[in-house]
Design a protein around this ligand. Structure first.
Ligand SMILES: NC(=O)c1ccc[n+]([C@@H]2O[C@H](COP(=O)([O-])OP(=O)(O)OC[C@H]3O[C@@H](n4cnc5c(N)ncnc54)[C@H](OP(=O)(O)O)[C@@H]3O)[C@@H](O)[C@H]2O)c1
Length: 274
């Protein structure tokens, strides 16, 4: 049997079938940018978010612009039963998903003890538990097939959780999780990485009720640029991608100074800017 060249996500497919990518949180911000980039490369998509009407209209736009197949799968990933439907889709042997982008995530405003416990639970459920559950379902199928790609959208907040409260802690987990699992799956032909963006122009801060008007302009990143960097680094085999020269410099510098100093500096920055 002739083996065709690897597809955009690395799958060797000889039957003319385009590879499929499942993207969570694909109606806005970074998820929408992943959807645009992967559709433009020739992936069919499975798009996941809560707002079904918005998903349908985003899917129609992607189909008409890129001529790609787009399956709509509305789900609230903080709801175990709805998340289970996405896990089942990832595990379906008859409709393989070649790439999973764990992108959906949320932030929270306010100090830990002042926010409702239910909100803190939702934060962990979406930013950590859903990522773990979807990745588990995807990897079982990918390892069996001997190919696949998983990208986890983490954050630079994960390098300095002291500055962003529990949100930063969820992203420290997300980056650590990618580092913990990537080496385990690599021998089976599966690539897994985390991308750790800094501040990106999306709906994220508005949804969390954060006033970003005092953030210096040079710290803002563009979503399409972040996604291009994430895909390039993922395919180059980098386990952790840090988009943007300014953030590469900040992350490198933060590793050179004692953690206590990093915590004090980032906490002071957050008090002044956020
Ligand atoms: N923006 C930044 O500065 C920044 C920086 C670093 C990392 N990040 C990370 O990037 C990822 C994407 O954030 P973004 O900035 O692109 O946010 P965004 O513009 O607010 O988009 C969030 C997306 O996730 C979906 N979503 C939210 N809650 C969901 C849930 N419970 N179940 C399923 N889907 C849900 C939203 O659609 P519905 O509302 O319809 O569900 C939307 O499609 C997150 O993990 C975030 O932590 C963002």
């Amino acid at each position: 049997m002739q083996i065709a060249a690897p597809g955009p996500s690395g799958r060797r497919y000889g039957d003319g079938m385009p590879p499929t990518a499942l993207i969570t949180g694909s109606t806005a911000g970074l998820g929408a940018a992943f959807a645009r980039a992967l559709a433009a490369e020739g992936h069919d998509l499975v798009v996941v978010a809560r707002d079904a009407a918005r998903l349908e209209s985003a899917a129609a736009e992607l189909r008409s612009r890129h001529g790609t197949g787009v399956e709509v799968l509305p789900a609230d990933l903080t709801d175990r039963a709805q998340s289970r439907a996405v896990e089942d889709r990832l595990a379906d042997p008859d409709r393989p998903v070649d790439m999973l982008v764990n992108n959906a995530g949320m932030g929270l405003k306010g100090r830990f003890w002042e926010t409702e416990l239910a909100e803190q639970e939702r934060l962990l459920e979406l930013n950590c538990m859903a990522v773990m559950r979807l990745t588990h379902a995807a990897l079982r199928a990918m390892v069996r097939r001997g190919s696949g790609d998983v990208i986890i959208v983490s954050s630079t907040a994960g390098y300095a959780p002291g500055s962003r409260g529990p949100y930063g802690a969820t992203k420290a987990w997300a980056t650590g999780f990618a580092e913990a699992i990537s080496g385990q799956v690599a021998p089976y032909g599966v690539r897994l990485s985390a991308v750790t963006p800094g501040f990106v122009h999306t709906e994220f801060h508005q949804r969390a009720g954060l006033d970003m008007s005092r953030l210096p302009e040079f710290l803002w990143l563009d979503a399409d640029r972040v996604v291009a960097d994430a895909l390039r680094d993922h395919r180059a085999g980098k386990v952790v991608s840090v988009p943007g020269l300014q953030y590469k410099a900040i992350v490198t510098a933060s590793r050179l100074v004692p953690p206590n100093l990093t915590r004090r500096v980032t906490a002071a920055f957050t008090r002044r800017v956020l």
